[in-house]
Design a protein around this ligand. Structure first.
Ligand SMILES: *Cc1c(COP(=O)(O)O)cnc(C)c1O
Length: 429
């Protein structure tokens, strides 16, 4: 399969080249020239593991042998992916049963194994800007790989205490840089480094943000999985709590591969750049605003370039995707009311999605379609917010508890690119 850059100014590459590079030289994002169709009947009764392999095989298109790919998918997805009914026709796809209890485990674990497969004896430095969950999932995904160093940039004081522990306690090939700035500024530093030929002469760089096509693909697998569980009730509407829009793009890839879908709901917090675009046709990038669903605090989502690549114009995009902007007050109220009425504890990101579904139902009167809410993180990752909402703090699952006992190790960094560059030089020796 051939991959092009969304900027259309770099040469076309293979899957291997796209995944190892991350960002294209022209700063575009790689996309497959043609998204392959999959036979929905063949995958109809598959378990998640089988389905992951079958969909990955289509997308990888022969660049990894079947036996190696099977090892990669089996090893990457060694945790359950349940679909549960919250009430009536509202279902939740729980994407938080991986090692860092967030959906980013899917992308990070798959990408890490594929990269390691392709790298052989080459050495690679991965730069990741994170607003919270990306970093921990990526760190854990790459942890212990001998040929890959991971450098994580996170905004100081803007990730949850548990997230910070997850980023800063692994050690070995994982280094955490604590930046005195916002997530967008972290992202900017990373982008700057990728454009810097001098840095690239010191270090072989790659990215692991949701811009990497290797992270994106596995985020399509679970849409198929949820579809299979609810399809007897009708063609579903998926609701994806969104920040950088990688998760939603995963759904669009599934749709382009042939999965029937009635609509996608793109739920955002106050950072509503995309919902605004869907409504007005005008894309206004802006600085991110801090909210209680902090993993979605993104003012200029990278994957918007991919959304644009998949649609001819605003009209066709807004036919498939409807956006909702949810306030913090609504998020808190939703956590509380869903817990009280339906005994289901949502995390702040899932709550944004749930509220968007209720708004959609109120507007359309649609009470028959099955809705699938992507629950992107375990509520215990956001203990402080949950406690504020319901009065008690959630029980922390065992796989998260181990981090809390470990000691934080981070390197402080300003938002000045010269500082970051000096750091990269220091580690290249
Ligand atoms: C990253 C993240 C999101 C947003 O996903 P995108 O792919 O960036 O849109 C939502 N919820 C949680 C918990 C996340 O970690």
């Amino acid at each position: 399969m051939i991959y092009y850059s969304t900027e259309r100014k770099s040469k076309e590459v293979s899957f291997k080249e796209a995944i190892l590079a991350g960002l294209a030289p022209d700063r575009g994002l790689y996309m497959p020239e043609e998204i392959p169709l999959i036979n929905m009947n063949i995958i109809a009764d598959m378990s998640f593991d089988e389905l992951a392999f079958a969909v990955a095989k289509k997308l990888v298109d022969g660049e990894i042998s079947d036996s190696d790919l099977k090892k990669i998918t089996d090893d990457a997805f060694n945790f359950p992916v349940p679909v549960k009914n919250i009430h009536d026709n509202i279902y939740v796809l729980e994407l938080y049963h991986g090692p860092t209890a967030a959906f980013k485990d899917f992308g990070a674990r798959f990408m890490a194994r594929v990269m390691s497969h392709f790298l052989g004896s080459k050495k690679l430095t991965i730069l990741v800007a994170t607003s919270g969950d990306t970093g921990s999932a990526v760190a854990k995904g790459f942890f212990g790989l001998p040929n890959i160093n991971v450098i994580i940039l996170y905004p100081s004081g803007k990730v949850s205490p548990l997230q910070e522990k997850q980023l800063t306690t692994l050690g070995h090939n994982i280094t955490a840089l604590e930046v005195d700035g916002t997530f967008d500024q972290c992202q900017h530093l990373v982008k700057e480094a990728f454009m810097d030929d001098e840095v690239k002469s010191w270090l072989e760089l790659s990215s692991a943000n949701s811009i990497n096509i290797g992270r994106l693909y596995p985020q399509s697998f679970y849409y198929f999985h949820a579809y299979n569980q609810v399809k007897k009730l009708g063609t579903p509407i998926f609701c994806t709590p969104s920040g950088n829009f990688g998760n939603l793009t995963g759904g669009l890839i599934a749709k382009n591969m042939g999965m029937p879908v009635k609509k996608f709901i793109a739920a955002t917090n106050a950072n509503d750049t995309v919902p605004e675009y869907l409504e007005t046709g005008v894309y206004r990038a802006r600085p991110s605003v801090q909210t209680v669903s902090n993993a979605m605090d993104v003012g200029d989502p990278s994957n918007f370039a991919r959304l644009k690549a998949l649609y001819a114009d605003n009209k066709s995009m807004s036919h498939d995707i409807i956006g909702y902007k949810i306030t913090d007050a609504e998020t808190m109220e939703t956590i509380k009311s869903v817990n009280e009425k339906h005994h289901y504890l949502l995390d702040p990101h899932g709550a944004v999605g749930y509220k968007a579904i209720t708004e959609y139902i109120a507007e359309t009167g649609d009470t028959t379609t099955p809705f699938v809410l992507l629950e992107t993180a375990h509520p215990a990752k956001f203990g402080e917010v949950i406690e504020k909402a319901i009065g008690t703090s959630p029980v922390i699952p065992e796989n998260l508890q181990e981090y809390l006992l470990k000691e934080k190790k981070s390197i402080r960094m300003s938002t000045d690119y010269a500082d970051f560059k000096a750091y990269l030089k220091s580690i290249s020796k």
